[in-house]
Ligand binder design. Structure first.
Ligand code: PLP
Length: 365
């Protein structure tokens, strides 16, 4: 697969669109209260259930990813309730901050940038906390390129005496990385259209377990636009309460068809292979990886900026001379790393081109 963009766009969202998706998003608008819209929404939700590996409700919110993370807090908790948040970077910090701003009591456990959450620490922290209503993890920390092994932590959360909800931000992994919601007992799972789903920005997907619905009934955080009670009512008609991002839905419908054709397992394998090939290519050209083999993300790879190189200049050289658009660090990794995204519409050729651009631009500098 090669992206049909003037430059090799390898930032972690928005990601390039396949030609079929580009065609779909340019379609004429339709009535979002009409039959053709309802058919599309129904099909999209069914296809998302296949990739979320769930029979739970999934709702589409017209928002960027952060809106989905806000919805995941305000719908299930009341001010003063205890939420434990395990964070490994900036996006985890932001989610914890959302919970704080809406009045939750947040215990945030921060891990060193570039490393994953450990089972031992989850055991230790949850073992010492009582009155826990929810536990938050970022599946894939996009800011560092670290993948958390949710399957290691889910059983610990599930066996906690308080029976807290397990909430996962998989905005930059789901669709590319295996995360079986029902098998792991995840209660709230959030993703966003502009990442591995090969669709434009504009839609968040949020899946909600039966147990989370029970907690929703008594939760009292303020909410209006993101109140999932309204989404559930409108979902009965395969509609959304407010005007949805119709063009993004057209795109997501087309991309899910492509994804189903490729098959879940093949997609997961492709991303793992791309990660491994890219990492070995980076080592070969003498650059250093920021994340260890065991924590490395299948969708984002971080490279340490070599001593004496200005990261900003390097990104500019890559962009202007080699038409390769990569991302810098964020928060505490700003100026320390550059990041290559490889999620969704991406193949070996795209990443081989990134490697050539990296090697040549490094020499130029
Ligand atoms: C893991 C993760 N969480 C949250 C967000 C925020 O999403 P958005 O920028 O769409 O609001 C991002 C965006 O890159 C992300 O990668």
């Amino acid at each position: 697969m090669t992206a049909n963009t003037p430059s090799n766009l390898r930032v972690p969202g928005p990601t390039p669109l396949p030609p079929e998706v580009l065609d779909a998003v340019s379609g004429q608008m339709i009535n979002h209260r009409g039959k053709s819209y309802e058919e599309i929404q129904k099909r999209v939700i069914e296809n998302l259930q296949y990739f979320f590996q769930t029979e739970n409700d999934i709702f589409l919110l017209t928002s960027s990813g952060m809106g989905g993370l806000e919805a995941a807090i305000v719908n299930f908790f009341s001010p003063g309730e205890l939420i434990v948040s395990f964070t490994i970077g900036e996006f985890g910090n932001r989610w914890a901050e959302v919970a704080r701003r809406f009045g939750a009591k947040v215990v945030q456990i921060k891990f060193t940038s570039g490393t994953a959450v450990t089972k031992e620490e989850v055991n230790r922290v949850l073992g010492s906390q009582r009155g826990v209503k929810g536990v938050l993890f970022t599946h894939n920390e996009t800011v560092t390129g670290v993948l958390n092994k949710i399957s290691d932590f889910a059983p610990i959360v599930k066996s906690h005496p308080d029976k807290p909800l397990l909430l996962i931000d998989s905005i930059s992994a789901l669709g590319a990385v295996d995360l079986p919601m029902d098998t792991l007992g995840i209660d709230v799972l959030v993703s966003a259209s502009q990442k591995a789903w090969m669709a434009p920005p504009g839609l968040v997907m949020i899946a909600v377990s039966q147990k989370a619905w029970e907690q929703h009934k008594t939760s009292s955080m303020p909410r209006y636009y993101f109140d999932l009670t309204m989404y559930k009512e409108f979902a009965l008609k395969n509609q959304t309460p407010a005007t949805p991002a119709v063009a993004t839905l057209f795109g997501l419908d087309a991309s899910l068809k492509l994804m189903k054709k490729e098959g879940r397992e093949n997609i997961y394998r492709r991303h793992l292979q791309l990660r491994d090939d890219l990492r070995s290519g980076i080592r070969k050209i003498g650059l250093e990886l920021f994340v260890s083999e065991s924590d490395a993300s299948p969708t984002v790879t971080s490279i340490i900026i070599p001593h004496g190189v200005d990261g900003h200049e390097w990104l500019k050289e890559l962009r202007e001379k080699y038409h390769t658009v990569l991302a810098g660090g964020m928060g505490d990794t700003k100026g320390k790393i550059i990041r290559v995204a490889h999620m969704g519409f991406v193949g070996k050729k795209d990443l081989d081109e990134v490697l050539v651009a990296l090697e040549k631009s490094r020499q130029d500098l």
